[in-house]
Design a protein around this ligand. Structure first.
Ligand SMILES: [Zn+2]
Length: 506
């Protein structure tokens, strides 16, 4: 039987021109901006996109993720965007979004799939329990769009689903960014630039292009930006103008009338000097989150919206964002009349109670343990700094941390044994309950590699000497490790701990 390929109308007249600052055309892309990958072709054949005209039972969704920007850093460096969000778009601002793992994947996978990131599982198989959210939207009849500024990063590398394409979405910008990165003499990736513009503009432009092109359809647009803000705390300031302009253009163009906009980060900065200060340690755990809903939606889903506003002041997690997105697939479940039933099953069809929709009535006394936030990342703790030159507990804890690390490193023959260079600090948790016991966090530097590491331990003072510490989570690298662990076998590179601690020296 002959296979009929349906070319959707929105695909037909797209062109993107990338020009250098001298006006020379570097890359001309008629075909790939809206790339129809093999999987999408299959999905689209014989199926119409969901039209959104006149509908109040579905919303388009723009999910715009920015790497490594804490809520306090957003406040410091994106004042124009924040002002526009709060005062022009009536955005809901989240004060207590707590990260649930160290880096990007550990936090974005819970958002996208509701599942926890398991070490080493960077490319995961078809797992019915861990469907990516854009696949759910795709099934519902949405057009789905993935946009990134690097072809070696999140969706295109780490969340790859298939051999030929990268993931099961209708459109992506893979060919476009590959084109951008391969044109010109030297694409300057280092400071978050593509040729003559900040990489973030590749994405902010695309939000508008997609919003205009798909304005008559329902779509889910997933974006991830890391180049500008990933490494240097202050570089978040370069996001302010592009994001402010984007928000303003979306608003003026009426492009948010039937669209929910989510602006999100995965964690605060985790690889700078600042992230080792007491304030930086909190910020690393506290990414920003803004939700913008259209006026009619706020009026129609009153209870859900007032819950969202209230929950914004409490403890929330990336898992909650996932359930919230699944609520958008079935808006009737959050209609005022159905909210009582909705709150009865806080985790949707799933029986877990860790995640709660941000539209639901989340208990105010929710703890990190209730919410699935590992103890070592919980922002609700307060700490007392210790005088580390004098405190024997720190010396003992560092000694223990080193022995744990070297024990684990022994299994990987190419990784060097690590020696202590110096102790950098230590602190104990305040206000611990009797059951919780004492908790100590130490920071120290090792050679070779000059890794700055920190580990959190529970302490049992009654235990025998040498057995009183218990490591909570993993020992974490606090400074950049660059290619120090390049000798590791491919299958170990996804494992955060060994990747950040191993120094290839043997
Ligand atoms: Zn990240």
């Amino acid at each position: 039987m002959e296979r009929v390929t349906v070319i959707p109308e929105e695909y037909q007249d797209i062109q993107v021109l990338c020009t250098s600052n001298k006006g020379k055309t570097l890359y001309r892309d008629y075909f790939h901006f809206f790339r129809l990958n093999a999987t999408a072709e299959k999905i689209l054949s014989g199926r119409e996109a969901l039209s959104r005209r006149g509908r109040t039972d579905f919303l388009s969704v723009i999910f715009f993720g920015v790497d490594s920007v804490s809520f306090p850093n957003f406040q410091r460096h994106l004042p124009r965007s924040r002002d526009f969000l709060l005062n022009n778009l009536s955005a809901v601002e989240f004060l207590g979004l707590n990260k649930v793992g160290r880096g990007t994947l550990e936090n974005i996978l819970p958002v996208l799939s509701g599942c926890s990131f398991i070490n080493g599982r960077t490319v995961f198989p078809d797992d019915a329990e861990c469907q990516l959210i854009w696949e759910e939207f795709e099934k519902k009849g949405y057009r789905t769009v993935i946009s990134e500024e690097q072809f070696w990063f999140l969706a295109y590398q780490n969340l790859r689903r298939n051999e030929s394409g990268t993931h099961n979405a209708t459109y992506d910008n893979l060919a476009h960014i590959k084109g951008l990165q391969s044109t010109g003499p030297n694409p300057i990736r280092r400071f978050g630039c593509f040729e003559h513009q900040f990489a973030i503009r590749v994405l902010t432009d695309r939000v508008l292009q997609v919003a205009r092109k798909l304005s008559g359809k329902l779509y889910y647009h997933h974006l991830w930006s890391a180049l500008t803000s990933h490494r240097i705390l202050e570089f978040a300031k370069y996001l302010d103008n592009p994001i402010h302009e984007l928000l303003s253009n979306l608003s003026v163009g009426g492009l948010l009338k039937n669209t929910l906009l989510i602006l999100y980060s995965d964690h605060g900065t985790i690889s700078s000097d600042y992230s080792r200060t007491p304030a930086g340690l909190i910020e690393a755990r506290l990414p920003f989150l803004y939700v913008v809903a259209p006026d009619w939606f706020r009026a129609k889903y009153k209870t859900a919206m007032s819950n969202l506003q209230r929950n914004a002041g409490g403890l929330t997690t990336p898992y909650d964002i996932h359930v919230t997105l699944t609520d958008l697939l079935n808006l009737s479940s959050i209609a005022d009349d159905n909210m009582a039933a909705h709150d009865q099953k806080p985790s949707g069809s799933n029986s877990r109670v860790r995640e709660r929709s941000l539209f639901s009535n989340i208990p105010l006394d929710r703890s990190c343990a209730d919410a699935g936030v590992p103890e070592e990342y919980c922002i609700c703790y307060s700490w007392e700094e210790l005088e580390y030159q004098k405190d024997l507990r720190i010396v003992k804890a560092v000694g223990y941390a080193l022995s744990v690390m070297n024990f684990k490193l022994r299994k990987h023959r190419k990784c060097s044994k690590l020696d202590l260079l110096k102790i950098l600090g230590g602190r104990v948790r305040r206000n611990v309950t009797r059951e919780e016991g004492m908790m100590i966090e130490v920071t120290f530097q090792t050679v070779p590699g000059y890794g700055i590491l920190s580990g959190t331990f529970t302490v049992n003072p009654k235990a025998r000497s040498g057995e009183e510490f218990d490591l909570v989570g993993e020992i974490e690298r606090q400074n950049l490790y660059r290619d120090q662990s390049a000798c590791l076998e491919e299958n170990l590179k996804g494992i955060g701990w060994i990747r950040s601690v191993c120094y290839c020296g043997k």
